[in-house]
Design a protein around this ligand. Structure first.
Ligand code: MIC
Length: 646
């Protein structure tokens, strides 16, 4: 049967199930990526699986998120991760080596690889023909232990790219256009396979921009073919042996199709505070801006940095704003230094940051309240920048550069000069900060520094016959995981300590949430559509678990967060508008037959409120039901292992 590129990679790795949209499948994982903010929990979960070494060909532990070392917490986490990587056979990318997605693209991504990562933007590697997706830390731990990865087979959408981008229009505008058309929930359980004549006009890092932000559609993955552009990038990276041609078979089919005429796109911008609030830049041109941030895991390649550098050399960064630049990797930083771009930025008055996520997750450079910050980053959920009432806009490096020059949001087509003709130099390749794990015999002797703030994850309780308690909070649509586990230096440095990070749960939405949850003994969260969008952070499930939350009722869940809830023994129940409309804080709700309904595979989970019963919906795979009945994924795996020993 002719296969599209998603099917080709999955078929080569398939262990069980059928490659049909919606069917549960399991497949073999080649590579796992961890970063520091999710990695500490993932390693502690891995330890619980009692496996002496990672069981997949490549695991890389990056340090790129919690880079501000306010006190002992983050640096001790970094050394813990370095020790765990050495002990269990993972590579370690030292702080300063770069952003996980960018370094992974440069050094490890390749056609036909399957990659999972404890970071939602792991999808970036799809630019080089990997089937790559973000997952929670516990799922990453289980993948590292060699278990097949389970997924709902995504519907494959063919994205036909036609023609070529006009001057000053960029790959960022392609993905912003997709967000404009499809919204932040339009891609749930879909994989986007790029095809058509426009594909060859986009180089690997432009493809990475699109694949990174494909996640903002809620999508499982995005994939470009393994074609000449992919080969060129791998050659530049001195990895010609990693190339394999990966093209759709003639006559292959797709579940859906969309067409984007690249030539018709114009510079776009996402308004505060959701990545799908996309409008043409012309609509908001002239808005005064306090900050411009270039770089992060998206738009941090040499080319991405070259365009704003070229623009701001026409007079310097506007005195009324602050401009920051974050290169994607040490390789990019060295290339930028060698080619003189660094000098351009220094002369122009930009602030140079280290190759790390930085402002993207509120790791420093928080903007002033209520003042626009234009960023080339991937998300602008409320408060993510670290500032409570932030106003973050997302746009391309060209728009960011033009804005930095003029001090107001500016369409680069109005600059009055042409974009630079970019020669992409051969990068400076240097893996000095990527540490190989020692051989197995030496690994056992590795001493791991367990910092004082590193506390084991909470263990979910058993799922009883019935659950009852109070509604703790009622939320609207598109609540991101940043609400349950906020961004910013102060909160994120508690990523290794769930009791501490739980104190910040829903602090933006409702500062009384935590005290109420404690006083009422936990219970239930009620939410709208696309609950848990955004980040893969398992902490968004672990913090509610710590506070006693046993079930979450929502009109729809984001894929990664839904799975994190299940893994941690919290029941995700689907509800309709009518039930959502009845919910109020403090109501007594019950799931009177929850265990039996889940055990029987019932499509309904009965909700009782005010003496009436309502049908909540349950859509679980058999395996997910077993996980919930066992009190979470680790308890499920442990009880299976103990049973097989008996
Ligand atoms: C993000 O971009 O939101 C993050 C921070 O990289 C997260 C991971 C995390 O919260 O640690 C993600 O994308 O999964």
């Amino acid at each position: 049967m002719p296969d599209n590129i998603v099917q080709k990679v999955l078929r080569e790795h398939l262990i069980s199930g059928e490659l049909r949209a919606g069917e549960p499948i399991s497949y073999r994982i080649d590579q796992v990526l961890l970063q520091d903010a999710t990695g500490t929990m993932a390693w502690m979960e891995f330890e619980q699986l009692e496996v002496d070494r990672v069981q997949v060909p490549l695991v890389v532990q990056y340090v790129d998120h919690n880079m501000i070392q306010l006190d002992y917490k983050n640096p001790e986490d970094h050394f813990f991760l370095q020790g765990m990587a050495a002990k269990f056979g993972a590579m370690f990318s030292r702080p300063g080596n770069g952003i996980c997605h960018y370094v992974h693209l440069e050094r490890f991504a390749k056609p036909y690889a399957t990659l999972v990562g404890a970071d939602s933007h792991t999808t970036t590697a799809g630019a080089l023909g990997s089937f790559a997706l973000g997952i929670g830390g516990m799922d990453a731990a289980v993948a590292m232990a060699g278990f097949p990865f389970e997924l709902q087979s995504p519907a494959v959408v063919r994205v036909v790219l036609e023609n070529e981008l006009a001057p000053w229009v960029s790959a960022k505008d392609v993905i912003l256009e997709m967000l404009r058309r499809l919204t932040v929930k339009g891609g749930i359980n879909k994989a986007y396979a790029f095809d058509g004549p426009g594909v060859a006009t986009l180089n690997a890092t432009e493809r990475a921009t699109i694949c990174n932000m494909i996640l903002e559609l809620g999508a499982t993955a995005g994939m470009f073919p393994g074609d000449d552009e992919c080969r060129t990038f791998l050659d530049y990276q001195d990895r010609p042996g990693d190339f394999r041609e990966l093209l759709p078979d003639p006559g292959c089919t797709y579940d859906e199709e969309m067409v984007i005429d690249l030539a018709k796109l114009e510079p776009l911008i996402a308004l505060p505070s959701n990545p799908d609030k996309v409008v043409p830049v012309t609509k908001v041109a002239g808005t005064k801006v306090a900050q411009v941030c270039v770089g992060s895991s998206v738009n941090s390649s040499y080319e991405d940095l070259a365009i704003p550098a070229f623009i701001v050399r026409h007079g310097g960064v506007h005195p009324d704003l602050d401009m920051t630049v974050s290169p994607g990797s040490r390789q990019v930083l060295r290339t930028v230094a060698k080619t003189g771009l660094l000098e351009d930025y220094i002369v122009s008055g930009a602030r140079l940051l280290e190759p790390a996520c930085g402002p993207c997750v509120g790791m420093g450079q928080a903007p002033p309240e209520n003042q626009p910050s234009v960023r080339t980053m991937n998300r602008n959920f409320p408060g993510r920048s670290g500032t409570f009432n932030d106003k973050v806009y997302l746009a391309s490096p060209a728009v960011a550069g033009a804005t930095a020059l003029k001090g107001v949001i500016t369409d680069p087509r109005d600059l009055g000069f042409d974009p630079p003709r970019l020669e992409i130099p051969k990068p400076v390749i240097d893996d000095y900060m990527l540490i190989q794990p020692p051989p197995r015999e030496q690994a056992a002797k590795v001493q791991v520094l367990r910092g004082r703030n590193i506390q084991p994850p909470p263990i979910p309780p058993d799922l009883p016959e019935s659950l009852s308690g109070k509604v703790l909070i009622v939320l609207g649509d598109n609540i991101s995981t940043g609400s349950m586990s906020p961004d910013g230096v102060l909160v994120m440095q508690e990523r290794s300590n769930i009791p501490a990070i739980a104190e910040y749960c829903f602090r933006k939405e409702d500062p009384q949430f935590v005290s109420r949850a404690k006083a009422w003994g936990g219970a239930f969260i009620v939410a709208g559509d696309n609950y848990g969008q955004g980040s893969s952070r398992e902490h968004a499930a672990l913090a509610p678990l710590q506070l006693g939350v046993r079930a979450v009722f929502a009109k729809a869940f984001h894929r990664i967060h839904r799975r994190n809830l299940i893994n941690n023994g919290i029941v995700p129940v689907l509800i309709d508008d009518a039930i959502h409309g009845k919910a109020a804080i403090g109501q007594d709700w019950a799931l009177p037959r929850v265990r039996q309904e889940i055990a029987e595979g019932s499509p309904v989970i009965t909700i009782r409120m005010d003496g009436e019963e309502y049908p909540g919906r349950a859509v679980f795979t058999d395996h997910e039901r077993q996980i919930l009945l066992s009190g979470g994924l680790l308890r499920y795996l442990k009880s299976n292992r103990d049973a097989s020993k008996r």
